[in-house]
Design a protein around this ligand. Sequence first.
Ligand code: ADP
Ligand code: ADP
Length: 231
Amino acid sequence: LPVLATHQITKRYGATIALRNVDFQVHAGEIHALVGENGAGKSTLIKILAGAVRKDSGEIRLDGKKIELQEPAAAQRLGIRVVYQDFSLFPNITVGENLLVGRWHSRLPGLVDWKACYRRAEELLQGIGFQLDVRKPLNSLGVAEKQMLEIAKAVAEQPRLLILDEPTAVLEEEETQRLFGVVRRLRQSGTGIIFISHHLEEIFTLADRVTILKDGQVVDTRPTASTTKDE
Ligand code: ADP
Ligand code: ADP
């Protein structure tokens, strides 16, 4: 049973058909690359899965169960997490606060045990092998650090389905390798992972399967050649 299965998803913007009868599946513990030229429909598909855009027709199933994704909160509740290239982090608070927003979202004095909060934030970062001072303000970080933090935050929620939109675009080689390690570890926990990428080499290094979209349609889906991707 796939983690995610879309059945005949169609989406139009006026006269433009962004997605046409898209059937797409992601299995537990699968890293699935989604590729296609600009305008192929990749963003539209992930926005539908994120609850940010509504499909016109078709069905979405999560672990076999039909789901409605009318709004981002619905996707989040179901364990679908999307990391976009635009950041969702808050610039004027610290790394640790950013990591835990949503868990302890109240900043009312006395209600939050900040010491415990920062300790937890440190554990989360250590858990993914990412070293960063949790008390640093977010706006003191570089773009790659922000991207890693964004991913750390998503991974910390142990999503059922994690979607990464060109996650390596702003990363250097070393950070890219660290990210791959994080994604592979998450795969072992059975999470389904979708990532959008333009880099063939990265797709064949990391992905178990690749699906190609063209003009809103799935034109190919196949396993990548190498089967053992764990170091
Ligand atoms: P990709 O992410 O693969 O570049 P998109 O999903 O962004 O593709 O776009 C698919 C098609 O839908 C394109 O023709 C694009 O111009 C169109 N499109 C995407 N978003 C909108 C929108 N908000 N309004 C109108 N057309 C859109
Ligand atoms: P990317 O593929 O890198 O995510 P896009 O250029 O596809 O970026 O889209 C950027 C934003 O513009 C998205 O929110 C998308 O929905 C919107 N968009 C894309 N194409 C159109 C369009 N033809 N008309 C209006 N909005 C669009």
